[in-house]
Design a protein around this ligand. Structure first.
Ligand SMILES: N[C@@H](CCC(=O)N[C@@H](CS)C(=O)NCC(=O)O)C(=O)O
Length: 203
């Protein structure tokens, strides 16, 4: 049995979207980031970073949302995992790119503009992060002008990993990046994506 550690109100939403695509059952430890359960020695033995998500797949422990989704889609022989080695490599490329160029940049931008209490927000951090986020949006816009999907001819784990990380961007004005906006909407309109989002937005 697959067990997923982490609340939908965290990067675990990416994994919940993937398992919805795969249609597999799982046991869910619905823990928020920094919840007391994530600070126990038992959990630290699974994930020494103390973060979520983590999965336990019949005793195989894996952390890092991008790696988890690549693993699960490959293991379950999903059409989301490209079989062509070049498309497979593109799925890796975009997943690694997202972690490097977009992930914390977007989170920190949103924190310092909307999510933190006003007194805690730092406009200089928001401005620096916005510069990096928009540069990454430009990269995606160029890629999506050439191809409808990021890693091959159809929606794949590469799209899912990047689009899932762009959840917060759904509330931004993306008019300057029309290809990106259309692609992001296509991705998030998928029923498993909507279900994962609903889990996240549940009070
Ligand atoms: N690169 C990791 C990041 C995991 C991560 O930062 N998780 C956050 C929640 S979204 C967390 O658990 N934070 C707890 C902390 O910062 O102590 C991944 O993609 O899985």
């Amino acid at each position: 049995m697959l067990r997923i550690y982490g609340s939908a109100k965290s990067r675990t939403v990416r994994v919940l979207w993937m398992v919805g695509e795969l249609g597999i059952s799982y046991d869910h430890k619905d823990w928020l980031p920094r919840a007391p359960e994530t600070k126990t020695p038992e959990y630290r033995a699974l994930n020494p970073n103390g973060r979520v998500p983590t999965i336990d797949d019949d005793g195989f422990i894996l952390t890092e949302s991008m790696a988890i989704n690549l693993y699960l889609s490959k293991k379950h022989k999903s059409p989301l995992y490209p079989t062509d080695p070049r498309h497979e490599a593109l799925a890796w490329q975009w997943s690694l790119w997202e972690t490097d160029r977009l992930d914390r940049q977007l989170v920190n931008y949103m924190r310092h503009t909307k999510e933190y209490p006003e007194a805690q927000r730092k406009p200089e951090i928001a401005a620096e992060m916005w510069n990096e986020v928009t540069a990454s949006f430009d990269v995606l816009e160029t890629a999506l002008a050439k191809s409808e999907w990021l890693a091959g001819p159809s929606f794949s784990v590469g799209d899912l990993n990047v689009a899932a990380a762009l959840l917060r961007a759904l509330t931004l004005d993306l008019a300057k990046w029309p290809k990106l906006e259309a692609w992001l909407t296509r991705c998030w309109e998928r029923p498993p994506a909507k279900r994962a989002r609903a889990m996240r937005e549940k009070p």
